[in-house]
Design a protein around this ligand. Structure first.
Ligand code: NAG
Ligand code: NAG
Length: 184
């Protein structure tokens, strides 16, 4: 085999490997029923499960939202606070692919160079949203972290169960840990 062909083959194999390893999670349609393979986002103060959702807001984009167990509707922070019960998806995949990592307004920029963060959505015509989590009076709250907002800063935005906006400079982000190889 010529060097050229060989490097093509090597390149193709690496590319295939990357495509497979980087994205072993998926978003399922959510209608109030939590699928068995939903990724647990944490527990609230009553130890009820919280999941990671994604809602489509027309003309605005795809926003990361919190799904509370057995609740069909969600709050979304997208040009103000929206209460939605359609066009919602829930993050699913094997739990070993994910972990939470502490980050903040300035650190996220560096984290992005080293880690594969779970992309939770995007603002139309703008940057990506990552999946964030903070401690809040409800227990934990899931929300969105904009890749680079004003001044290149990455801030967490979410909504608590009273429909109040949450904003934080320090938060956890959800990492897609593609280095993990499960025992077969
Ligand atoms: C929370 O609930 C889970 C089961 O959903 C249980 O295993 C765990 O012990 C509970 N934790 C507390 C602190 O009650
Ligand atoms: C962000 O995290 C870094 C590294 O842990 C820390 O040095 C920095 O002070 C933090 N910044 C804020 C605003 O919390």
């Amino acid at each position: 085999m010529s060097k050229f062909v060989l490097s093509l083959v090597v390149f193709a194999s690496i590319a295939t490997l990357l495509v497979h390893s980087l994205k072993d999670y998926y978003w399922r349609d959510y209608d109030g029923e939590t699928p068995d393979d939903a990724v647990l986002g944490g527990h609230d103060k009553n130890n009820k499960s919280i999941y990671i959702g994604q809602a489509y807001v027309q003309n605005e984009g795809l926003v990361v939202v919190q799904i509370d167990q057995d609740q069909k509707s969600v709050y979304a922070e997208m040009e103000g606070i929206q209460h939605l019960d359609t066009n919602i998806k829930i993050l699913c995949g094997p739990p070993y692919l994910f972990y939470w990592m502490s980050s903040n307004i300035t650190k996220l920029h560096t984290d992005l160079k080293e880690k594969q963060l779970v992309v939770g959505g995007h603002e139309d015509g703008a940057k990506r949203y990552f999946v964030g989590r903070i401690k809040c009076p409800d227990g934990v709250c899931i929300g969105k972290v904009l890749e680079q907002g004003g001044d290149g800063k990455s801030i967490f935005y979410g909504v608590d169960r009273n429909g109040e906006q949450l904003k934080a400079d320090s938060y956890d982000v959800l990492v897609n840990d593609n280095s993990f190889v499960p025992n077969k």
